[in-house]
Design a protein around this ligand. Structure first.
Ligand SMILES: NC(=O)c1ccc[n+]([C@@H]2O[C@H](COP(=O)([O-])OP(=O)(O)OC[C@H]3O[C@@H](n4cnc5c(N)ncnc54)[C@H](OP(=O)(O)O)[C@@H]3O)[C@@H](O)[C@H]2O)c1
Length: 338
């Protein structure tokens, strides 16, 4: 496993981060331990959870596993923002909720510090300056090492950075956006902003919840329908291919074609595409079990050719209009990153 710089912090994180969202629901405790053991054996040091995943079970399982490890070798990320209870103040990015949630996360994780505390999404009701001051106090007290944002729009991230800078406070070091071959709007504003500010980018759902693994085919039920996507469909939810169907299947077909030509699996191709993308630090891989993890670990350590990157870029390209359709002459001549 290779390591990459975590934004401008100087910290080195594994180029694949292990997501733990299925732990305690789709993935049993024993299987979760097996997945984390293998990830760690391969050099993975970066794990992502959230206070709300499976009502805290994900943090608890991760914490129990960490007890058998050398804590300082790992970079543990969690989140705060979404409801942890039914009360009017048990969600959001107020000082009140952030401090309460961190106290509970630390207990579940069985640790005395969190490496990366991420705000799970923007809170339209709380002044950004209150949030940034609460986060800064956690860093100063030593309970949190670094702070990050997730699911922000670019203006929200820019406003937060500006607030921190004006107040001499800790700034966001990372952004966790959805980013994959079927979700490329992230490239319009978020990636250039993060590159310009040297902010780590941690794409979530790199396989679009499993859709890019190649196991779904147009008009066919998968052989094994015990999957997260199919469970949602069984419960009456919309399948992720229902909107924009032609686009989805043409991207999936392109991934399958490149997989055939490279001798890799579709999951490995889709993940490698992300690993090669400008500005990306560590995609957060999801693995329901050990065999999925093994396969997904095989996405690192090699590089798609320019030709194969081109096929995937072309199939997944979004309509680009003003003001994103022009690169300035200076950018073309000097290759500026923003
Ligand atoms: N910040 C946020 O708002 C946010 C939101 C979502 C996720 N996340 C983070 O991102 C992490 C990854 O998200 P994700 O789980 O949605 O990632 P993903 O890689 O897009 O999807 C993972 C799912 O795809 C299927 N899969 C994975 N590898 C496979 C393989 N090799 N072959 C076939 N199927 C495979 C599995 O589901 P099935 O076996 O059920 O098909 C697995 O649970 C989460 O654990 C969490 O840490 C963050």
């Amino acid at each position: 496993m290779k390591y990459r710089l975590f934004g401008k912090t100087g910290v080195k994180v594994s180029e694949l981060c292990l997501g733990t969202m299925t732990f305690g629901r789709y993935t049993s405790k024993d299987d979760s331990f097996a997945v984390m053991d293998r990830f760690s054996e391969q050099g993975g040091n970066f794990l992502d959870t959230a206070n709300i995943y499976n009502s805290g079970a994900s943090e608890e399982i991760l914490g129990q596993w960490l007890k058998g490890q050398q804590r300082d070798e790992y970079f543990i990320a969690t989140k705060v923002r979404f409801p942890t209870g039914n009360g009017p103040n048990s969600s959001g990015l107020t000082r009140k909720h952030i401090l309460q949630s961190v106290k509970e996360s630390l207990k579940r994780l069985g640790t005395d510090y969190i490496d990366l505390l991420q705000v799970h999404a923007w809170d339209p009701l709380t002044p950004v300056s209150q949030t940034m001051r609460a986060l800064n106090s956690l860093v100063e007290s030593g309970l949190v090492r670094y702070i990050g944002a997730s699911n922000f729009r670019a203006w929200q991230l820019a406003l937060s950075l500006n607030d921190s800078r004006m107040g001499g406070l800790e700034e966001f070091s990372s952004l966790q956006p959805q980013y994959n071959l079927l979700t490329r709007a992230t490239e319009y504003e978020l990636i250039p902003l993060c590159s310009a500010e040297d902010i780590a980018v941690l794409p979530w759902s790199p396989l679009k919840g499993g859709l890019l693994s190649g196991k779904y085919l147009k008009g066919k039920k998968p052989e094994n329908d015990e999957t997260r996507i199919w469970e949602n469909v069984r419960k009456g939810g919309a399948a992720p291919w229902e909107q924009n169907e032609d686009y989805v299947w043409s991207v999936v077909n392109a991934v399958r074609k490149v997989a055939e030509e490279t001798g890799k699996t579709p999951s490995q191709v889709a993940l490698n595409w992300l690993l090669s993308k400008k500005g990306v630090t560590s995609p957060i891989i999801g693995a329901r079990n050990l065999s999925q993890l093994e396969e997904n670990l095989g996405s690192a350590g090699w590089k798609l050719s320019r030709e194969h990157m081109g096929i995937l870029d072309e199939a997944s390209n979004l309509f680009v209009s003003y003001p994103y359709d022009e690169e300035s002459e200076e950018q073309q001549n000097y290759g500026r990153k923003n």
